[in-house]
Design a protein around this ligand. Sequence first.
Ligand code: HEM
Length: 141
Amino acid sequence: MTPDQVKLVQQSFARVAPISEQAAVIFYDRLFEVAPAVKAMFPADMTEQRKKLMATLAVVVNGLSNLESVLPAASALATRHVAYGAKPAHYPVVGAALLWTLEKGLGKAWTPDVAAAWSAAYGTLSGYVISEAYGSAQAAE
Ligand code: HEM
């Protein structure tokens, strides 16, 4: 990611922050629509889950300017996700739902540059998480 892309991700995420609860609802609705099978992996009451997701995204987005600062937390997240039953192939599905949510939430502020920056950010994070959880040989799957 370029420094400009980091800035774009941070600025656009700040615009979503005021509607973060709503954004999380949209995200999980979208995820369960495109990947109904993963719904059963999540708790029935998603209230806490929504908060945890948005809080973690905030930490990661803030940490993009100093990636090394978030890698230990990302590594721990990766390990927990193996126990949740997450597979490498789920990550692109989650990423697509996240980008779709941001597109809806940002409206006109979702420009091609912003989209490319988020795509790079999610690609970096999920690539790291997958290699931590399953080994680098799995990262491309
Ligand atoms: C890099 C992308 C992802 C991020 C940032 C993320 C973030 C989180 C966070 C913050 C939690 C709350 C619990 C915890 O911190 O351990 C969580 C739980 C969970 N995540 Fe993810 N996640 C990601 C990708 C995925 C993927 C690809 C799946 C596969 C379906 C998944 C499935 C789950 C499940 C099932 C839980 C809930 C487990 C439970 O409470 O029983 N996540 N995720």
